[in-house]
Write a protein that binds this ligand. Structure first.
Ligand SMILES: N[C@@H](CCC(=O)N[C@@H](CSS)C(=O)NCC(=O)O)C(=O)O
Length: 313
């Protein structure tokens, strides 16, 4: 058997073991916390079936990390539409969510230069864009919310009250935004900026973290109202307290990653796994260059993003 076939066979045995664990834990004792039970049972079962010490360290990590990250993730419900969109210039992810039955949609963190792409997609899919939301007042690109209001009349722009930016609707902590039968809950997660929010869709087991938590990273805290201690508390108190299996979708990624989970970031985020003092020290020494667009983006985003509207072709 070739090494890759052997690894495939091991993974199949692990999946079978994981299924057994899921079945056992489904009706199991409540004396242990759900997370402890899942992680412990998974690792115990894997070790019972496979002598993992015979595998290389990479494969050992790959197999054991599945216990916390993959096994218990919920699929989206059949009536929930999800589409991740990307802007290559600013490395920004936007997210189109919709209720497939009622066709009501929302768009999180649209980018001005992609507004015509997004509007076309929304029209092609027969959706009505109810809300165009920003997780915060961005510094690296102009938001598409203002232009989308023109392209798709009836759309309302949304941002947090704490952002100080103009919008049709201002969200406060714990407020919900409804689209069809679905809803997201907006949690204040300041630190990168004062007005940062994380949007949680509880039923679908996912959250949109903006720049508060990035995949194996986090938003910088060296401009606007950035504050490292505040960001650390936001992540630990409001994102890491979500269920371990929640899928997390950030506003940016610079390395080609697309999503993560609460469990993964709690284990592997090189910044947020540190204690708060070490985190503050690290964030104070990032020495990142300022975003190229900051002088244009922040004033535009304070006005909901109407700035240099691209000409129609
Ligand atoms: N090079 C980009 C800006 C990159 C950057 O600073 N990203 C921000 C989020 S957008 S304000 C950030 O918080 N990064 C964290 C990190 O660790 O990289 C540009 O010039 O636009």
């Amino acid at each position: 058997m070739s090494p890759s076939n052997a690894f495939g066979s091991v993974l199949r045995r692990v999946s079978a073991a994981a299924a057994t664990v899921s079945a056992i834990t489904a009706g199991s004792t409540r004396t242990l916390s759900r997370r402890t039970l899942i992680t412990t049972s998974y690792e115990t079962t894997v070790r019972r079936y496979i002598n993992i010490s015979t595998l290389c360290p990479l494969h050992q990590t790959a197999i054991l990390s599945q216990g916390a990250n993959m096994e218990q993730r919920k699929p989206f419900t059949a009536d929930f539409f999800f589409r991740q969109l990307f802007d290559e210039q600013s490395h920004t992810y936007s997210y189109l969510l919709a209720d497939i039955a009622s066709k009501e949609a929302i768009l999180i963190d649209p980018v001005l230069e992609q507004a015509t792409r997004d509007a076309k997609l929304i029209e092609e899919l027969g959706f009505t864009l109810k809300f165009a939301l920003n997780t915060h007042m961005h510094a690296d690109h102009v938001t598409g919310t203002g232009y989308l209001k023109q392209l798709l009349p009836g759309t309302l722009s949304v941002i947090s009250k704490n952002s100080g930016a103009k919008a049709d609707r201002h969200l406060v902590d714990n407020e919900t935004v409804k689209f069809g039968r679905h809803e997201l809950r907006a949690l204040c997660t300041p630190g990168h900026t004062n007005g940062c929010m994380t949007f949680v869709v509880e039923e679908q087991g996912c959250a949109f973290t903006g720049d508060t938590l990035l995949i194996r990273g986090c938003g910088r805290t060296d401009f606007q109202e950035g504050d490292s201690r505040t960001l650390y508390r936001s992540v630990h108190d409001r994102i890491f307290t979500l269920p371990d299996n929640f899928r997390l979708f950030p506003a940016h990624d610079y390395k080609g990653n697309m999503e993560t989970t609460v469990a993964e970031e709690k284990r592997y985020n090189p910044r947020l796994t540190k204690d708060i003092e070490a985190f503050v020290e690290l964030m104070g020494n990032l020495n990142l260059p300022y975003p190229k667009m900051i002088d244009k983006a922040v004033p535009a985003n304070r006005e909901c993003g109407l700035f240099d509207i691209p000409k129609e072709s």
